[in-house]
Design a binder for this molecule. Structure first.
Ligand code: SAM
Length: 280
């Protein structure tokens, strides 16, 4: 797979082990974020996955949501009517896939993981009851093709949950007004499709799926949950792209450090979710 957006570390082509370790840390921090937890809980409740169903988590990352799906498709060992559902996480990054497999094993989860590409799902037509795809479309140059693939592998009546960020909503505060457009450009440059969040309903409708529910939450950080390398990465990228000067960058760091000290630091980005089904 070529990498049309080398700035997107989550692009499937980016499999450097050092990068993968950093991605795992980012995914774990996001999984602990209250906004992410709320939006995930909302989407799982809307999907209402049942024992015996066949579920696929596309771009599973560390497999946390594949494990949630696995718990829902098969009742616990104590149940008398144990159904044999399946929950598979599709993950093209071998390092992330290995971590997902290990974590599922350690947790005693029945989640399984496969290599594969969202743009060419390795499954027959109408095979699945449920698809989950979280914060993956933003990393794909052709998200419409991925959603068409989801529609193809769902059975009539099957359900899908898409969750994604919209990078135009990125806010880092405090930042001098004259450098805010540069910071916004850096945020949008981290994804191949930075406006994926606002496009979820349209992408589903375009693929012939019926949208049932729309949801939203915000990934909100204060200075305790954002590490200095993340903030400095934004500043360095803005300088590297010639969008701000080194003096403006240093002023930004000083403003953010002062805000961290006074408890006024703010970083946020909106996330959207859409739940849909394939009409019968
Ligand atoms: C931001 S991470 C999200 C991981 C997980 N869904 C979550 O929300 O924690 C994006 C994931 O998409 C995967 N990915 C990137 N390109 C992909 C593709 N073409 N097909 C399937 N997965 C892909 C990455 O390897 C990564 O695991």
């Amino acid at each position: 797979m070529s990498d049309p957006h080398p700035t997107s570390a989550f692009n499937a082509a980016n499999t450097d082990p050092a990068v993968t370790d950093r991605l795992i840390a980012v995914l774990d921090a996001q999984a602990a974020n209250p906004g992410v937890r709320r939006l995930r809980a909302w989407a799982h409740a809307q999907l209402a996955v049942r024992p015996g169903e066949r579920a696929l988590d596309i771009g599973a990352g560390t497999g946390s949501e594949t494990q949630v799906l696995a718990a829902a498709v098969a009742p616990g060992a104590g149940a008398t009517d144990r159904a044999t559902g399946s929950a598979i996480g599709l993950e093209p990054n071998p390092g992330l896939r290995a971590v997902a497999e290990q974590r599922a094993t350690d947790a005693g989860s029945a989640a399984r993981f496969l290599d594969g590409d969202a743009l060419d799902l390795p499954l027959p037509n109408g095979e699945l009851d449920v698809v989950w795809c979280e914060r993956v479309l933003q990393h794909l140059p052709d998200p419409a093709k991925a959603v068409a693939e989801m529609a193809r592998v769902l059975r009539p009546g099957g359900r899908v949950a898409l969750l994604d960020t919209d990078w135009a909503t990125f806010v880092l505060h405090p930042a001098a007004p004259e450098i805010r457009p540069a910071l916004a450009a850096v945020a949008e440059g981290t994804a191949a499709t930075p406006d994926a969040g606002r496009r979820l309903a349209g992408l589903l409708a375009e693929a012939g799926l019926a949208v049932d529910q729309l949801g939203a939450d915000v990934l909100l950080h204060d200075s305790r949950t954002v590490t200095r390398p993340i903030v400095h990465g934004i500043g360095a990228a803005a300088v590297g792209r010639g969008l701000i000067t080194e003096e403006q960058r240093d002023r930004l760091y000083a403003d953010l450090d002062a805000a961290a000290e006074h408890g006024t630091f703010h970083l946020s980005v909106a996330m959207f979710a859409a739940v849909a089904h394939r009409p019968r």
